[in-house]
Design a protein around this ligand. Structure first.
Ligand SMILES: Nc1ncnc2c1ncn2[C@@H]1O[C@H](COP(=O)(O)OP(=O)(O)OP(=O)(O)O)[C@@H](O)[C@H]1O
Ligand SMILES: [Mg+2]
Length: 271
Protein backbone atom coordinates (compact mmCIF):
# COMPACT_ATOMS: atom_id res chain seq x y z
CA UNK A 1 0.00 0.00 0.00
CA UNK A 2 1.41 3.38 -1.00
CA UNK A 3 1.03 6.50 1.08
CA UNK A 4 -0.93 9.44 -0.26
CA UNK A 5 1.66 11.67 1.35
CA UNK A 6 5.02 10.57 2.66
CA UNK A 7 5.83 9.33 6.13
CA UNK A 8 8.95 10.77 7.80
CA UNK A 9 10.45 8.75 10.61
CA UNK A 10 13.65 8.70 12.64
CA UNK A 11 15.40 5.60 13.87
CA UNK A 12 16.97 6.81 17.07
CA UNK A 13 18.35 5.82 20.47
CA UNK A 14 19.89 7.22 23.60
CA UNK A 15 22.83 4.85 23.60
CA UNK A 16 25.08 4.26 20.59
CA UNK A 17 25.67 0.90 18.99
CA UNK A 18 22.19 -0.51 19.60
CA UNK A 19 21.57 -1.30 15.93
CA UNK A 20 19.95 1.88 14.51
CA UNK A 21 21.84 1.82 11.22
CA UNK A 22 21.25 -1.88 10.69
CA UNK A 23 17.55 -1.47 11.43
CA UNK A 24 17.28 1.65 9.24
CA UNK A 25 18.90 -0.09 6.29
CA UNK A 26 16.83 -3.24 6.70
CA UNK A 27 13.56 -1.38 7.24
CA UNK A 28 14.35 0.61 4.10
CA UNK A 29 15.04 -2.68 2.32
CA UNK A 30 11.81 -4.34 3.48
CA UNK A 31 9.64 -1.30 2.74
CA UNK A 32 11.18 -1.06 -0.72
CA UNK A 33 10.50 -4.77 -1.26
CA UNK A 34 6.84 -4.18 -0.46
CA UNK A 35 6.61 -1.52 -3.14
CA UNK A 36 7.29 1.67 -1.19
CA UNK A 37 9.53 4.36 -2.55
CA UNK A 38 12.06 4.80 0.22
CA UNK A 39 14.85 7.28 0.87
CA UNK A 40 17.23 6.73 3.76
CA UNK A 41 18.70 9.94 5.09
CA UNK A 42 22.06 9.25 6.63
CA UNK A 43 21.99 11.75 9.46
CA UNK A 44 24.77 10.03 11.36
CA UNK A 45 26.89 12.99 10.50
CA UNK A 46 30.58 12.53 10.18
CA UNK A 47 30.56 8.79 10.54
CA UNK A 48 28.58 7.80 7.48
CA UNK A 49 27.47 4.44 8.69
CA UNK A 50 24.86 3.71 6.09
CA UNK A 51 27.29 3.80 3.20
CA UNK A 52 29.70 1.55 5.04
CA UNK A 53 26.98 -1.01 5.73
CA UNK A 54 26.09 -1.06 2.05
CA UNK A 55 29.59 -0.82 0.65
CA UNK A 56 28.85 2.48 -1.07
CA UNK A 57 30.91 5.63 -1.39
CA UNK A 58 28.70 8.67 -1.86
CA UNK A 59 30.47 11.48 -3.65
CA UNK A 60 27.88 14.12 -2.99
CA UNK A 61 25.77 15.22 -0.06
CA UNK A 62 23.02 17.69 0.75
CA UNK A 63 25.35 20.64 0.63
CA UNK A 64 26.25 20.02 -2.98
CA UNK A 65 22.70 21.13 -3.73
CA UNK A 66 23.88 24.57 -2.68
CA UNK A 67 27.54 24.92 -3.30
CA UNK A 68 28.07 22.80 -6.37
CA UNK A 69 24.83 23.39 -8.23
CA UNK A 70 24.04 19.70 -8.12
CA UNK A 71 20.47 18.48 -8.58
CA UNK A 72 18.64 16.20 -6.18
CA UNK A 73 19.15 13.38 -8.64
CA UNK A 74 22.91 13.89 -8.48
CA UNK A 75 22.89 13.73 -4.70
CA UNK A 76 20.51 10.78 -4.19
CA UNK A 77 22.50 7.60 -4.27
CA UNK A 78 20.54 4.62 -5.61
CA UNK A 79 21.22 1.21 -4.11
CA UNK A 80 20.74 -2.15 -5.75
CA UNK A 81 18.07 -2.90 -3.15
CA UNK A 82 15.33 -0.59 -4.39
CA UNK A 83 15.86 2.36 -2.07
CA UNK A 84 18.09 5.43 -2.22
CA UNK A 85 20.46 7.08 0.20
CA UNK A 86 20.52 10.79 0.87
CA UNK A 87 23.83 11.60 2.56
CA UNK A 88 23.54 14.49 5.00
CA UNK A 89 27.28 14.45 5.59
CA UNK A 90 27.52 17.67 7.50
CA UNK A 91 26.39 18.83 10.90
CA UNK A 92 23.16 20.53 11.73
CA UNK A 93 25.23 23.46 12.92
CA UNK A 94 26.31 24.04 9.33
CA UNK A 95 22.71 23.89 8.20
CA UNK A 96 21.74 26.47 10.75
CA UNK A 97 24.46 28.87 9.63
CA UNK A 98 23.02 29.01 6.11
CA UNK A 99 21.48 32.32 5.11
CA UNK A 100 17.71 32.45 4.70
CA UNK A 101 18.23 32.60 0.94
CA UNK A 102 20.35 29.46 1.00
CA UNK A 103 17.84 27.65 3.19
CA UNK A 104 15.06 28.49 0.77
CA UNK A 105 17.25 27.34 -2.10
CA UNK A 106 17.86 24.05 -0.32
CA UNK A 107 14.11 23.67 0.35
CA UNK A 108 13.41 24.22 -3.32
CA UNK A 109 16.01 21.68 -4.36
CA UNK A 110 14.50 19.13 -1.96
CA UNK A 111 10.93 19.84 -3.02
CA UNK A 112 10.60 16.95 -5.52
CA UNK A 113 11.03 14.45 -2.66
CA UNK A 114 7.44 14.97 -1.53
CA UNK A 115 6.07 13.59 -4.78
CA UNK A 116 8.59 10.84 -5.34
CA UNK A 117 9.00 9.29 -1.89
CA UNK A 118 6.63 7.26 0.30
CA UNK A 119 8.85 6.87 3.33
CA UNK A 120 11.82 8.97 4.43
CA UNK A 121 13.82 7.14 7.09
CA UNK A 122 16.30 9.18 9.10
CA UNK A 123 19.12 7.22 10.72
CA UNK A 124 20.21 9.46 13.58
CA UNK A 125 23.66 9.32 15.12
CA UNK A 126 24.92 8.00 18.43
CA UNK A 127 24.48 9.84 21.69
CA UNK A 128 22.23 12.68 22.75
CA UNK A 129 23.56 15.70 20.88
CA UNK A 130 22.11 18.58 18.88
CA UNK A 131 22.03 16.63 15.64
CA UNK A 132 20.07 13.80 17.17
CA UNK A 133 17.71 16.18 18.96
CA UNK A 134 16.94 18.33 15.91
CA UNK A 135 16.26 15.40 13.63
CA UNK A 136 13.97 13.91 16.27
CA UNK A 137 12.04 17.14 16.57
CA UNK A 138 11.58 17.49 12.83
CA UNK A 139 10.28 13.97 12.04
CA UNK A 140 6.70 12.76 12.41
CA UNK A 141 7.51 9.47 14.08
CA UNK A 142 10.37 8.22 16.20
CA UNK A 143 11.37 4.58 16.33
CA UNK A 144 13.33 4.38 19.55
CA UNK A 145 15.77 1.49 19.56
CA UNK A 146 17.07 -0.08 22.74
CA UNK A 147 18.65 -3.32 23.77
CA UNK A 148 18.23 -5.34 26.93
CA UNK A 149 21.29 -3.71 28.49
CA UNK A 150 20.46 -1.47 31.47
CA UNK A 151 22.51 1.44 30.10
CA UNK A 152 20.48 1.42 26.91
CA UNK A 153 17.33 1.75 29.01
CA UNK A 154 18.61 4.68 31.05
CA UNK A 155 19.93 6.41 27.93
CA UNK A 156 16.62 5.90 26.11
CA UNK A 157 14.88 7.45 29.10
CA UNK A 158 17.31 10.37 29.05
CA UNK A 159 16.58 11.00 25.35
CA UNK A 160 12.82 10.88 25.91
CA UNK A 161 13.21 13.28 28.82
CA UNK A 162 15.14 15.88 26.83
CA UNK A 163 12.77 15.64 23.87
CA UNK A 164 9.67 15.89 26.04
CA UNK A 165 10.74 18.47 28.60
CA UNK A 166 12.72 20.75 26.31
CA UNK A 167 10.94 20.27 23.00
CA UNK A 168 7.46 18.91 23.71
CA UNK A 169 8.02 15.69 21.74
CA UNK A 170 5.71 13.04 23.19
CA UNK A 171 5.29 10.07 20.85
CA UNK A 172 7.78 7.23 20.58
CA UNK A 173 7.54 3.70 19.20
CA UNK A 174 9.91 1.24 20.77
CA UNK A 175 11.96 -1.49 19.12
CA UNK A 176 14.05 -3.73 21.34
CA UNK A 177 17.01 -5.07 19.39
CA UNK A 178 19.38 -7.94 20.10
CA UNK A 179 16.88 -9.52 22.51
CA UNK A 180 17.05 -13.17 23.52
CA UNK A 181 13.30 -13.57 23.37
CA UNK A 182 10.10 -11.62 23.00
CA UNK A 183 9.60 -11.94 26.74
CA UNK A 184 12.99 -10.36 27.40
CA UNK A 185 12.25 -7.56 24.98
CA UNK A 186 8.81 -6.89 26.48
CA UNK A 187 10.29 -6.75 29.97
CA UNK A 188 12.63 -3.96 28.89
CA UNK A 189 9.78 -2.13 27.21
CA UNK A 190 7.70 -2.37 30.41
CA UNK A 191 10.53 -0.95 32.48
CA UNK A 192 10.84 2.04 30.18
CA UNK A 193 7.08 2.46 30.10
CA UNK A 194 6.88 2.39 33.90
CA UNK A 195 9.71 4.89 34.28
CA UNK A 196 8.00 7.28 31.87
CA UNK A 197 4.64 6.83 33.60
CA UNK A 198 6.15 7.52 37.00
CA UNK A 199 8.34 10.49 36.25
CA UNK A 200 6.79 12.24 33.25
CA UNK A 201 3.25 12.77 32.12
CA UNK A 202 1.97 12.89 28.58
CA UNK A 203 4.40 10.43 26.99
CA UNK A 204 2.95 8.05 24.45
CA UNK A 205 5.20 5.03 24.30
CA UNK A 206 4.09 2.24 21.99
CA UNK A 207 5.55 -1.18 21.47
CA UNK A 208 6.51 -1.66 17.83
CA UNK A 209 8.33 -4.95 18.16
CA UNK A 210 11.65 -6.64 18.74
CA UNK A 211 14.53 -8.07 16.76
CA UNK A 212 16.46 -11.04 18.16
CA UNK A 213 20.21 -11.24 18.43
CA UNK A 214 21.20 -13.01 15.26
CA UNK A 215 24.65 -14.07 14.08
CA UNK A 216 23.57 -13.43 10.49
CA UNK A 217 23.54 -9.68 11.23
CA UNK A 218 27.25 -9.61 11.85
CA UNK A 219 27.93 -11.76 8.82
CA UNK A 220 25.90 -9.33 6.69
CA UNK A 221 27.73 -6.32 8.13
CA UNK A 222 31.06 -7.90 7.21
CA UNK A 223 29.83 -8.50 3.68
CA UNK A 224 28.26 -5.03 3.44
CA UNK A 225 24.87 -6.43 2.49
CA UNK A 226 21.52 -5.81 4.29
CA UNK A 227 20.92 -8.87 6.47
CA UNK A 228 17.37 -9.13 5.11
CA UNK A 229 18.86 -9.60 1.66
CA UNK A 230 21.58 -11.99 2.73
CA UNK A 231 19.09 -14.34 4.38
CA UNK A 232 15.41 -13.43 4.32
CA UNK A 233 14.65 -16.39 6.59
CA UNK A 234 17.05 -15.54 9.40
CA UNK A 235 15.38 -14.67 12.73
CA UNK A 236 16.32 -10.96 12.54
CA UNK A 237 15.10 -10.68 8.94
CA UNK A 238 11.75 -12.24 9.80
CA UNK A 239 11.24 -9.75 12.63
CA UNK A 240 12.31 -6.72 10.59
CA UNK A 241 9.84 -7.84 7.94
CA UNK A 242 7.10 -7.75 10.58
CA UNK A 243 8.29 -4.35 11.80
CA UNK A 244 8.21 -2.94 8.27
CA UNK A 245 4.62 -4.14 7.93
CA UNK A 246 3.71 -2.26 11.10
CA UNK A 247 5.55 0.86 9.96
CA UNK A 248 3.62 0.77 6.67
CA UNK A 249 0.37 0.68 8.62
CA UNK A 250 1.19 3.51 11.03
CA UNK A 251 -1.68 5.88 11.33
CA UNK A 252 0.03 9.23 11.31
CA UNK A 253 -1.12 12.70 10.50
CA UNK A 254 -0.72 13.63 6.86
CA UNK A 255 0.07 17.22 6.14
CA UNK A 256 -1.34 18.63 2.95
CA UNK A 257 1.61 20.90 2.34
CA UNK A 258 3.90 17.89 2.17
CA UNK A 259 5.38 16.01 5.06
CA UNK A 260 8.91 15.97 3.73
CA UNK A 261 8.88 19.67 3.00
CA UNK A 262 7.56 20.23 6.51
CA UNK A 263 10.42 18.13 7.89
CA UNK A 264 13.09 20.20 6.10
CA UNK A 265 11.41 23.44 7.08
CA UNK A 266 11.40 22.42 10.72
CA UNK A 267 15.01 21.33 10.50
CA UNK A 268 16.28 24.41 8.71
CA UNK A 269 14.15 27.10 10.29
CA UNK A 270 13.45 25.41 13.62
CA UNK A 271 9.78 26.33 13.12
N1 LIG B 1 19.94 -8.07 15.90
C1 LIG B 1 21.28 -8.09 15.96
N2 LIG B 1 21.94 -9.25 16.23
C2 LIG B 1 23.27 -9.29 16.30
N3 LIG B 1 24.07 -8.23 16.14
C3 LIG B 1 23.49 -7.04 15.88
C4 LIG B 1 22.07 -6.90 15.77
N4 LIG B 1 21.79 -5.60 15.51
C5 LIG B 1 22.97 -4.96 15.45
N5 LIG B 1 24.00 -5.82 15.67
C6 LIG B 1 25.44 -5.47 15.70
O1 LIG B 1 25.59 -4.33 16.50
C7 LIG B 1 26.57 -3.48 15.97
C8 LIG B 1 26.07 -2.04 15.96
O2 LIG B 1 25.03 -1.92 15.01
P1 LIG B 1 24.72 -0.53 14.30
O3 LIG B 1 25.93 0.03 13.69
O4 LIG B 1 23.54 -0.76 13.43
O5 LIG B 1 24.31 0.33 15.58
P2 LIG B 1 24.04 1.90 15.67
O6 LIG B 1 23.01 2.08 16.72
O7 LIG B 1 23.74 2.44 14.32
O8 LIG B 1 25.44 2.45 16.16
P3 LIG B 1 25.86 4.00 16.27
O9 LIG B 1 25.16 4.51 17.47
O10 LIG B 1 27.34 3.94 16.43
O11 LIG B 1 25.42 4.67 15.01
C9 LIG B 1 26.90 -3.98 14.59
O12 LIG B 1 28.21 -4.46 14.60
C10 LIG B 1 25.96 -5.12 14.31
O13 LIG B 1 26.60 -6.19 13.75
MG1 LIG C 1 24.61 4.06 13.26
Amino acid sequence: MKYDVPLVLAVTSGKGGVGKTNLSVNLAYQLAQSGHRVVLLDADLGLGNVDVLLGLAPEKNLFHLLHQNATLEDVLLPTEYGFSILPAASGISEMLTLTTGQKLELLDALDPLDDTVDVLIVDTGAGINDNVIYFNIAVQERLLVLTTEPTSLTDAYALIKVLKLEHGVERFRVIVNMARSEQDAKRVFSKLHNACDHFMSGISLDWLGYVPRDEKVRAAVLRQIPFSHLDAKSPASIKVHELAGRVAELDVSRKLDGNIKFFWKKLLFKE
